[in-house]
Design a protein around this ligand. Sequence first.
Ligand SMILES: CCCCCCCCCC/C=C\CC(=O)SCCNC(=O)CCNC(=O)[C@H](O)C(C)(C)COP(=O)(O)OP(=O)(O)OC[C@H]1O[C@@H](n2cnc3c(N)ncnc32)[C@H](O)[C@@H]1OP(=O)(O)O
Length: 285
Amino acid sequence: MNIIRSARFGASTLIPKNCWSVVRSISSTELTKLEVNDKTGIAVLTLNRPPVNSLNLELLTDIRNSIKDAESNKCRGLILTSSSNSVFSAGLDFLEMYQPKEERLKSFWTALQSTWMTLYGSKIPTAAAINGHAPAGGCLLATSCEYRVMLPKFTIGLNETLIGIVAPNWFMNSYLNVLPRRVAELALTQGKMFTTAEAQQVGLVDDVVNTKEEAIAKCEEFIGLFKKINPYARALTKQQFRINHLQELEQNREQDLQAFIAAITNPSTQAAMGAYLENLKKRSK
Ligand SMILES: CCCCCCCCCC/C=C\CC(=O)SCCNC(=O)CCNC(=O)[C@H](O)C(C)(C)COP(=O)(O)OP(=O)(O)OC[C@H]1O[C@@H](n2cnc3c(N)ncnc32)[C@H](O)[C@@H]1OP(=O)(O)O
């Protein structure tokens, strides 16, 4: 019998393969659902933190655990998507950063660093089915993947300067891994949110389709490209492209954390964030 061991069902829980329907849950929490298609071996990770999948400590932790579960279950690839019809992820949860408690703020940023390193450095092929808006941290998740497909009439980009904050190096590096330097610099300094059409034009997304189902199918097609490629050779090649960015953060994690805490707790950042949040709340009424 072909057995899959699911880390989050407990080390001793064995799930018999073939006793399940084609799509099988590997692990799920209140905030994430990780399902694998038994025929293709490709896993779909659905973010499910209504209303906007803002990334708080718990969601970031669940995303990281899910990526690790997909890897340890030897999935052939991982697709990130959202349970919302209009938002992929609204980025970092402002409530983690506005008037924060220091210990929680530290855990939050440390979880973001770990999640990014796990996703950006994952050995398996990764793809994002962007079925809604993807500002800031939402864009970071998407650009950390190897392939992106997006639905029309949404927006994506690193808008940090609009909020009065500075995207850290590793946010920028994820952008630069996808965009030409000049486009990335102009976009980052303006805090530009690209429409789907603009994002495709500059190469921020690879394809545009009309439905979430088509987006997942496109991601599967992308991951299928590696069917005949030796996974070890593929993973090492990907690693060589990304190792400098990963090492840069790994070697400066504490410094990066302290820079984040100093920037976020600065009274002028708090004031800018407070005003931005106020505006967001007014708009949503
Ligand atoms: C040199 C190095 C130094 C290091 C310095 C480090 C500095 C920090 C770097 C990293 C910082 C930030 C990265 C981020 O990710 S910040 C988050 C940026 N996100 C945004 O700007 C998105 C804001 N949201 C929107 O634009 C819209 O909500 C939407 C995503 C387009 C969706 O629109 P919608 O109409 O569908 O929904 P809406 O009514 O606006 O929102 C519904 C409720 O959700 C609340 N909300 C939205 N976004 C967030 C969020 N990111 N965090 C928390 N809450 C959010 C919104 O306020 C509504 O709430 P309510 O119903 O009014 O209570």
